[in-house]
Design a protein around this ligand. Structure first.
Ligand SMILES: *Cc1c(COP(=O)(O)O)cnc(C)c1O
Length: 385
């Protein structure tokens, strides 16, 4: 049996909606399907204002521009994240202050933030890893106390919640990804959510090449001009057409992904209890949107062994981020603090296949292979889980 890590799922209506977008004679950005996607998010999650972008990377870059960062301003974020989280702020000349992950899961350690704040700190960027909420109450408390903005990197966090509130609604702004590897996808795509109204009108301008074109099309100004800096961050309506097809099926997609996640969890629990590895931990304030199923091994050696074993059985399991504070680009810019948990997840975390069409028989096969693997590991490591 060969089981790949990801297989993009098509709901079926994508090509029909793309056809409609193509023949609508309005194929560029902000057409009918973009409008429908915006409405979907503003209705379902009560986001104040949403703007589709060509990627989450672009949405992060928009957020960084909107914060008006000056060279030397500091932005705090986890080191265990995707490069775009940091790059967006580096492009504006900001200094990235990397925080450690928490012991419980790869999310930023909210208790470490206070000590990292200086008079130059402008923003905190929590990343909801695997779609599981960061400790937003603590993060907002620290940020509000010091007058610092919070930008949620919610790339993986669609349809997930913190104490009942949707992720993406808890920061001043938030960014989502619709990359092929995410729960809801459009090949490449993203979205900026703006919860703090002071950023709304400027966000529209920045997204439209620094012009007030959006206001012009609403009839609010009689000509459109170059009024600010900006770029082209809006996707074609063809991308939005694809995305809308997926959004219409979000409940079905989410329920299948959660069922797969639960099967893994139940199947692997007995092995985790014997101490072979650690299962994901979901804090009481968080939901699980089944973006990812990961395990944490005890060491790099054990993880390498496990990945190699699964590969021989036809199963593609893969590790994830490499700590950004140790990256070739940033290691000599980092202030030298050791980030223990970040390095731990860099070395020990492994992700299993999780996609809509993963069959129950395939999940059962993967769990069987884990049982076989653990039987080959002679030292039954009863490490406290
Ligand atoms: C996927 C991802 C991104 C980048 O998303 P794109 O849409 O590919 O630009 C950023 N941050 C995190 C945490 C991600 O998982």
């Amino acid at each position: 049996m060969q089981i790949g890590f990801n297989k993009p799922y098509l709901c079926g209506s994508e090509t029909e909606y793309i056809r409609q977008a193509v023949y609508s004679q309005k194929i560029s950005g902000d057409g009918e399907f973009t409008h429908r996607c915006h409405q979907f998010f503003e209705k379902r999650y009560r986001f104040r204002k949403v703007l589709l972008t060509t990627s989450c990377t672009d949405a992060l870059e928009m957020a960084a521009i909107l914060l008006n960062l000056q060279a030397g301003d500091e932005v705090i974020m986890p080191s265990y994240t995707f490069v775009s989280t940091a790059n967006a702020f580096v492009l504006r000349g900001a200094t990235i202050v990397f925080a450690d992950s928490s012991a419980d899961n790869p999310n930023i350690d909210a208790d470490s933030l206070e000590a990292l704040i200086t008079p130059r700190t402008k923003a905190i960027v929590p990343v909801h890893y695997a779609g599981v909420a960061c400790d937003m109450e603590k993060i907002r408390q620290v940020a509000d106390k010091h007058g610092i903005f919070v930008i949620e990197d919610a790339a993986q966090a669609i349809d997930s919640f913190h104490n009942g509130k949707p992720l993406g609604s808890l920061g001043h702004m938030a960014t989502f990804s619709f990359h092929e590897t995410k729960n809801i996808m459009a090949g490449e795509g993203g979205m900026l959510v703006i919860n703090d109204p002071q950023f709304i009108s400027r966000a529209e301008i920045i997204r439209e090449k620094g012009t007030n074109r959006s206001a012009f099309f609403r009839g609010e100004v009689d000509k459109y001009s170059w009024v600010d800096m900006g770029s082209s961050f809006l996707p074609s309506d063809i991308v939005a057409a694809f995305l809308f097809a997926q959004l219409e099926n979000i409940d079905d997609i989410q329920s299948r992904r959660k069922a797969i996640w639960q099967q893994y969890y139940e199947g692997l629990k007995p092995l985790a209890e014997k101490g072979y590895f650690q299962l994901p931990r979901i804090p009481a304030y968080a939901t699980n949107n089944a973006h990812m199923f990961y395990l944490v091994c005890h060491s790099l050696e054990e993880r390498t062994q496990l990945i190699g074993f699964l590969k021989k059985q036809g199963i593609q399991a893969i590790f994830h981020y490499l700590s950004l504070h140790n990256s070739p680009f940033y290691e000599n810019k980092h202030d030298g603090r050791k980030l223990h948990w970040t390095d731990h997840y860099t070395d020990c975390l492994v992700r299993l296949p999780l996609f809509y069409e993963l069959a129950d028989t395939q999940i059962a096969y993967i769990i069987e292979q884990f049982q076989a693997y653990c039987a080959t590991v002679d030292r039954a490591v009863a490490v406290a889980n």
